[in-house]
Design a binder for this molecule. Structure first.
Ligand SMILES: NC(=O)C1=CN([C@@H]2O[C@H](COP(=O)(O)OP(=O)(O)OC[C@H]3O[C@@H](n4cnc5c(N)ncnc54)[C@H](OP(=O)(O)O)[C@@H]3O)[C@@H](O)[C@H]2O)C=CC1
Ligand SMILES: Nc1nc2c(ncn2[C@@H]2O[C@H](COP(=O)(O)O)[C@@H](O)[C@H]2O)c(=O)[nH]1
Ligand SMILES: [K+]
Length: 489
């Protein structure tokens, strides 16, 4: 089998490259519209967008999973979350609507204070007051302004509602919202509240395809570490209905990982024999071809690539170990492709261009953590700094904070000792972008970027993009030239 790889414009340099070190040149294209590009991932996980939310406690939970899968990606619930909690998250994600956003519901007697604390849980800015399943009013910041926090929502709620049938098309909902003064339509089925839709949601419903399982339910993944009862946790997660399992540790190319992965594969294969459905296994992290080959041999369908590029990660500064991420992805993707497998480019992604370059390098999907931490849908509580800017707190999965949580069942001595081996930061402020406060806004910009990258290369699929992309190496000033200026120079 000949595998075609991304081409370099000039001779590829001897040293390794980060995303910032490289750029792509346009090629002759017959693609007439960015809408003609199909962004379905080639990794076999079933996503219609090549995006995976990292298994980080400060990032990936139920709301993130549901919102991202509705747009075609998948989120991985971290290894530190107890299996019974993961089972509940999976059940709720599977029960959520594949098109309409999940409303924040309160009863008429809920206090205004409680309703306002729920408001930032979703990006649409509205809490729906529901009585016996039927929406009777809404409350947003406007209704709550200047009202006593102990007042009940039925006293102040807005009775002006835009009720739309669940059978109406997104375009009809968009038009109904455009001719009303309301920002959110309430979607009704048999008199009951089914979901909500904003104008942006209506547009997105025509641009994205949800990532669904064979029963048409939204997909979700979960992670296991390599310590403890790995096979037992894997079995419980599979029983809970996860659609992809991630076996994850800092140094993925270690024998304990190979044993853990082998045992998870056995559990998975038993389930496949019963159901006929093979749940893909992802494992990592590695940064070289040899690691990919060993993980694939032990059972990985997807290999997670990246040591040290993560925004919360101190590994490179602590140990000097890691590898510039573009080169790591390039080499690992080539090795995985030769074995008929795929890689996820994990970490260090801060701009749509980084996603595009990872895909050009041959990644099946791109894993994002910290960039998505600063959104309404991440797990943390929304905070406000002294200047009034909104942020969320994030932390690394190998930080003392995460290690303390992960080892909570160990003795005090062992916990304290484990805490000394931290390789991540315990607290970081991830500000919400006022222009793009929702993960869906970030996905919109990523998708706009990569659709456009594909057409510059003349590709209508990600496989074609990897084949056609021509990559060059640039200096710091080359990178700098590409940055927009918000003020004059
Ligand atoms: N992509 C990246 O660059 C990195 C990612 N992470 C993320 O942090 C999370 C926690 O991972 P992790 O710290 O592996 O925790 P785990 O709880 O998975 O434990 C790792 C296990 O591997 C052993 N181990 C041996 N060598 C190493 C090594 N060099 N680094 C770490 N562990 C080693 C540890 O033993 P002992 O403690 O006795 O040494 C422990 O038993 C994961 O989500 C991981 O993806 C963490 C670091 C880097
Ligand atoms: N060395 C560490 N790496 C970490 C830690 N927590 C997470 N990670 C890795 O980062 C990616 C996400 O990267 P991001 O740039 O999008 O935030 C994640 O999937 C892990 O591989 C940590 O504490 N130390
Ligand atoms: K880093």
């Amino acid at each position: 089998m000949t595998i075609e790889h991304v081409r370099f414009l000039n001779t590829a340099p001897e040293y390794d490259l980060t995303y910032s070190d490289v750029f792509m040149v346009p090629g002759r294209s017959a693609v007439t519209s960015r809408l003609d590009v199909d962004l379905r991932s080639t990794d076999g996980v079933g996503t219609t967008l090549p995006l995976v939310v990292a298994n980080m406690t400060a990032v990936s939970g139920r709301r993130m999973a549901e919102t991202v899968a509705r747009r075609g990606g998948v989120a991985i619930i971290p290894q530190d979350i107890p299996t019974e909690v993961v089972a509940d998250v999976v059940a709720r994600v599977k029960a959520s609507h594949t098109v309409f956003d999940t409303p924040v519901r309160v009863t008429p007697h809920t206090t205004v204070g409680e309703a306002m604390s729920l408001l930032p849980k979703r990006a649409h800015g509205l809490v729906v007051v529901v009585d016996d399943g039927k929406p009777i009013g809404t409350i947003s910041e406007a209704e709550a302004a200047g009202v006593d926090r102990f007042a009940q929502v039925h006293e102040v709620m807005n009775h002006d509602l835009l009720l739309v049938s669940s059978t109406d098309s997104p375009r009809a909902v968009f038009d109904a919202l455009s001719t009303s003064h309301l920002a959110v339509a309430l979607i009704i089925e048999d008199d009951h509240l089914l979901g909500v839709m904003t104008r942006k949601h209506a547009l997105r419903a025509t641009l994205y395809k949800p990532a669904v399982d064979p029963d048409g339910k939204l997909i979700i993944g979960a992670a296991v570490g390599i310590n403890g009862d790995v096979a037992g946790r894997a079995e419980r997660l599979l029983a809970a209905g996860v659609d992809v399992l991630v076996v994850d540790t800092a140094h993925g190319h270690q024998e304990k990982m190979l044993q853990a992965l082998t045992s998870v594969r056995e559990v998975r294969d038993r389930l496949t024999a019963l159901t006929g459905r093979s749940i893909p296994l992802a494992a990592g992290n590695v940064v070289a071809a040899e690691g990919v080959r060993d993980l694939v041999e032990a059972g990985a369908d997807v290999v997670k690539v990246g040591v040290g590029p993560g925004a919360m990660c101190t590994t490179r500064m602590m140990t000097g170990v890691g590898r510039p991420q573009f080169s790591a992805v390039l080499e690992c993707a080539a090795a995985a492709r030769e074995l008929g497998r795929s890689v996820w480019a994990d970490g260090g992604v801060r701009y749509p261009r980084d996603v595009a370059l990872a895909l050009a390098a041959g990644a099946g999907s791109v894993m994002i953590g910290s960039w998505f931490a600063g959104t309404y849908e991440s797990t943390g509580n929304l905070m406000t700094d002294a200047q009034g800017r909104l942020y969320k707190e994030s932390f690394g999965m190998a930080s003392a904070r995460a290690v303390k949580m992960r080892t909570k069942n160990a003795g005090a001595f062992d916990r304290a000792r484990a805490g000394l081996f931290e390789e991540g930061i315990s607290t970081s402020r991830m500000y919400l972008d006022p222009e793009r406060p929702s993960v869906e806004d970030l996905i919109d910009s990523i998708v706009a970027g990569i659709r456009s990258s594909c057409t510059y290369a003349g590709a209508t699929t990600l496989e074609g993009f990897h084949r056609l992309a021509v990559v060059g190496v640039q200096s710091n000033t080359g990178y700098d030239e590409g940055r927009p200026l918000s003020t004059s120079w």
